[in-house]
Design a protein. Structure first.
Length: 289
């Protein structure tokens, strides 16, 4: 398989040139779904959290033709083992090294939202890199070796808002429902947007892994892969100048894609500062409990 690497490199070069020749990837337009209470009844209730809890979003930019990217996957797994429910991981397949390259890499795991995150918000087609709560802003990325320190710093922040999320899959109507409860803990100025992501784990597909034997792994286990953002890449504005004690319950019904496996999916919801895209807080849940 090494003999084909020059073809992959040249293909990746031309794909990268195609991406960079454009000014930016435009934000994809997503039609979000109003919650179908006519089908599923009233939205569930939430109990306010007793104490402030800061959680962390790790966005791992990756690609199947990125031989160093599995090192980022391993680092993300270590952080999940350490922080458990306090960290949410999403693997974003985007850029030239995520482009399909048949026959070795036949799948297209990219999403319009993922391309927007990498090529417009970050502005660099480079990986393995990651964002940690998009601190201090949406364009800031770190190498995997820096993730542990950045996560520790981010989780030590005093949160401005607490978040909780509940979700379920409805096979009878091919829907997935999401309910997000947010409670502000201080007065804040500005617009704050809610993003709802769906990720899937346990996907077996090829991956290049430098240093592994063999380097080409035909049935690599891809975890936390971004499948879609129900509320669009940058989310929906749900708060403007919130004050201490302000709460909101946002509920949505989205159409299901039959290519996804419900039991392997996780829902991640987070609020961002509309001015710089920094993540204020995040919550996650399995789609199927």
């Amino acid at each position: 398989m090494k003999s084909n690497r020059i073809v992959h490199i040249l293909t990746a070069f031309f794909v990268s040139a195609l991406f960079t020749s454009c000014d930016e990837i435009e934000q994809p337009i997503v039609e979000y779904g109003v919650y179908r209470d006519d089908l599923y009844g009233p939205a569930p209730s939430f109990e306010p959290m007793s104490s402030p809890q800061q959680h962390v979003l790790l966005e791992d930019f990756t690609g199947h033709d990125c031989g160093n990217c599995p090192n980022g996957h391993l680092r993300a797994a270590e952080l999940l083992e350490t922080y458990e429910e306090d960290i949410a991981v999403v693997a974003i397949h985007a850029g030239s090294l995520a482009a399909p390259l048949p026959p070795e890499y036949p799948n297209d795991w990219t999403t319009p939202e993922g391309q927007y995150y990498l090529l417009t918000q970050v502005g660099q087609d480079i990986m393995p890199k990651g964002r940690i709560n998009r601190r201090p802003g949406a364009s800031t990325i770190f190498s995997p070796s820096a993730w542990a320190g950045q996560v520790a710093d981010a989780i030590a922040d005093v949160p401005a808002v607490n978040m909780q999320v509940k979700a379920n899959y409805q096979s009878s109507n091919n829907h997935w429902n999401v309910h997000v409860f947010s409670e502000w803990l201080e007065n804040s100025v500005g617009n704050y947007k809610l993003v709802v992501m769906l990720t899937e784990s346990g996907i077996e597909a090829p991956q290049l892994f430098y240093g592994n034997d063999p380097e080409y792994i035909e049935e690599y286990h891809h975890e936390h892969m971004l499948r879609t953002t129900g509320t669009g890449a940058t989310g929906l504005t749900v708060f403007t100048d919130p004050t201490d004690g302000t709460t909101a319950l946002e509920s949505y019904t989205f159409d299901w894609n039959s290519a996804w496996v419900p039991d392997s999916c996780e829902v991640i919801a987070f609020l961002t500062d509309g001015d710089n895209g920094r993540v204020m807080n995040v919550s996650k849940t399995k789609l199927v409990q």
